[in-house]
Design a protein around this ligand. Structure first.
Ligand code: MG
Length: 475
C-alpha cells in the first residue's frame, strides 16, 4: 500500500483549515432519516452536448439515459460551472463560482500531479452539508480537487472514496504522440487508483474502470438502503485516453468513443435495476450531466457538442452547456426544460431537499431548482457567468449571451480577442452562436454590460489554489 505524502503542505492545510473552525454550524433540525431521499449525481468527463441518443447522436445507443430523460426532465440549457475539469468540479461541489474559492487560475487551468494545493478546507461541499443531516456519502470516480490527503474526498465530507484522483491522461510515462494517444495503452499512464487515502493499484487498469465504478456504486447503494445516501459518481470516461471493458470494446457503431459512452449507459441500467430491487427507486433522485464539453483535438476520440459552437476549454456554448437529465419517478414531472440551470445549482437543490442548511456566511451562486423540478414552474436561474480562469469572458441573461472576450483553446485560431461592444447572440434563436445581433437590440447589450460590471465590482476573488507546485513549496 502506498500513500501520497502531504509532506510540509499539511501545515499549510491546517492554517487554511482553521478557518473552518469559525464557520457557523450547519446542524439543523430535520425530518427523520427515513423520509430523506437518496441522491445520485452521475458526472461524466468531457461528454459533449451531442453525445447521447436522447440529445440527438445518430449512432451512440444510450437506452437507459433515453428512458430517464423521457420519464424525467431533460434540461437543454444546463451549464457546467467552467469549461475544464478542476474549476467545474469545484463549482458543483460548493455551489460557488470557482473564482470565489480560488479553484481556477490564469496560469494553470487545472490541478496536476505536482500541484501542492486543492479545494480549501474553508469550502463546504455538498457532502459535508449532507453529513450534518445524517447522510452516508461516497465519492466514486475522478475527484480532481486535490490529490494530497488534506484535499481528498475523505477530507471533504465523503465517508468513502474509490477512484482516480485526477485526470486519466496525467502521469504519462513520457511525451506521447497523437497516434499513441489514439491507440491507448494502460502502461503509458501511471495514474493511481485509490480507495479512501490509499493507492491500491498503479497504473490503474483503465479497461475496467467504468465497470468497477459502477460496481462500487451498486455496492454502496445496496449496503445503505436503510439510511439516506449521497453518491457522487464521477466517471473517468470519456476523457481521453479512452478505455472500455472487453464486453463493450468494438460493439458501438461510433467506435471506441461510443463503446465508452455505451458502457456508462449500461452501468446506469444496472444501477437503476439495483434501486428497484432494493426498493429505493421511488426515494432516489438521479442527476446526470458532465463537467465540460468535448475535447476536440483527438479526432474520432473526441466527443461532439452537437449544434453548439466549439468545445472544452472555451466559453462558447460547446464548452459549458451539457446534456443533463433529472430523474425521480413519481416526483419529477416529465418535461423538456429549455430554462437555464447549472451544476452550481446542485448544492442548493440537493441540500435543501435533504433538509440541510445553505451557508449564509459566504457568497453562494446556487439556486434551488425545486420549482422547476417538482412544480413545473420556471427555473429560478436567469443568468450565467462564463469564466475562463479568473476572468469573466461572457454573461448570459435570459435568451441573450454577451461575449466580452473570446478565445478558442484547441482550434488553430485561438487568439484572445476583446469585444467592445460585446458580441451578442440570441441563444433561443441561434444556439450555435453564428449570427451576431448586438445592433438589433442595443438595450440588451447595455443591460448585460451593467450586469457584468456589477458582478465584477462585487466579486471577491479567492487566492489562486492551482498555481503552487510541490517542488516550489519544497525549495
Ligand atoms: Mg473534463
Amino acid at each position: 500500500m502506498q500513500k501520497f505524502s502531504s509532506r510540509r503542505y499539511f501545515l499549510k492545510s491546517v492554517a487554511i483549515g482553521s478557518t473552518a473552525l469559525v464557520m457557523p454550524s450547519l446542524t439543523r433540525c430535520s425530518p427523520s432519516s427515513q423520509s430523506k431521499p437518496n441522491v445520485l449525481v452521475i458526472f461524466c468527463d468531457d461528454l459533449g452536448f451531442g453525445d447521447l441518443g436522447t440529445f440527438g447522436h445518430p449512432t451512440i445507443r444510450t437506452p437507459n439515459l433515453d428512458r430517464m430523460a423521457a420519464k424525467g426532465q431533460k434540461w437543454t440549457s444546463f451549464y457546467a460551472a467552467a469549461s475544464v475539469c478542476t474549476p467545474s468540479r469545484a463549482g458543483l461541489m460548493t455551489g460557488r463560482l470557482p473564482v470565489r474559492s480560488g479553484m481556477c487560475s490564469d496560469f494553470r487551468r487545472v490541478l496536476f500531479p505536482d500541484s501542492a494545493n486543492g479545494l480549501p478546507q474553508s469550502e463546504i461541499t455538498i457532502a459535508r452539508a449532507l453529513k450534518t443531516v445524517g447522510y452516508n456519502t461516497a465519492c466514486i470516480g475522478k475527484w480532481h480537487l486535490g490529490h494530497l490527503p488534506e484535499f481528498l474526498p475523505t477530507s471533504h465530507g465523503f465517508d468513502y472514496y474509490f477512484g482516480i484522483p485526477y485526470s486519466n491522461d496525467m502521469d504519462k510515462i513520457r511525451s506521447l504522440s497523437l497516434e499513441e494517444q489514439l491507440d491507448p495503452k494502460i502502461e503509458n499512464y501511471n495514474v493511481p487508483l485509490m480507495r479512501n487515502e490509499k493507492i491500491i493499484e498503479r497504473p490503474a487498469d483503465q479497461h475496467t474502470i467504468t465497470k468497477r465504478y459502477t460496481e462500487e456504486a451498486i455496492k454502496f447503494i445496496a449496503e445503505h438502503k436503510e439510511s439516506p445516501w449521497f453518491i457522487y459518481l464521477a466517471h473517468t470516461m470519456v476523457h481521453i485516453p479512452l478505455f472500455a471493458s472487453e464486453k463493450f470494446r468494438n460493439t458501438s457503431r461510433r467506435g471506441l468513443f461510443g463503446d465508452t459512452v455505451e458502457e456508462i449507459d449500461a452501468g446506469i441500467g444496472r444501477i437503476l435495476q439495483t434501486l428497484v430491487e432494493t426498493g429505493q427507486e421511488k426515494n432516489t433522485m438521479i442527476v446526470f450531466t458532465s463537467d465540460n464539453g468535448p475535447w476536440l483535438p483527438f479526432r474520432e476520440h473526441s466527443g461532439s457538442a452537437g449544434l453548439l459552437r466549439d468545445g472544452k476549454g472555451t466559453t462558447w456554448e460547446g464548452g459549458m452547456r451539457e446534456p443533463t437529465i433529472f430523474y425521480w419517478p413519481g416526483k419529477i414531472n416529465p418535461a423538456v426544460v429549455p430554462d437555464i440551470g447549472s451544476t452550481l445549482d446542485l448544492f442548493a437543490t440537493i441540500v435543501t431537499l435533504a433538509g440541510g442548511a445553505i451557508p449564509t456566511d459566504r457568497e453562494m451562486d446556487s439556486y434551488d431548482l425545486a420549482p422547476a423540478l417538482f412544480e413545473n414552474n420556471k427555473s429560478p436561474r436567469n443568468e450565467m457567468y462564463y469564466y475562463r480562469g479568473q476572468q469573466l469572458f461572457a454573461v448570459r441573461q435570459g435568451a441573450y449571451k454577451a461575449h466580452f472576450i473570446t478565445m478558442s483553446e484547441y482550434q488553430q485560431d485561438n487568439k484572445r480577442q476583446e469585444h467592445d461592444p460585446p458580441l451578442l447572440f440570441n441563444l433561443d434563436v441561434d444556439p450555435g452562436e453564428n449570427y451576431e445581433c448586438s445592433a438589433k437590440v442595443p438595450d440588451v447589450v447595455d443591460t448585460i454590460k451593467k450586469l457584468a460590471e456589477k458582478h465584477k465590482s462585487e466579486l471577491i476573488k479567492g487566492e489562486d489554489q492551482l498555481i503552487a507546485r510541490i517542488q516550489d513549496a519544497e525549495s
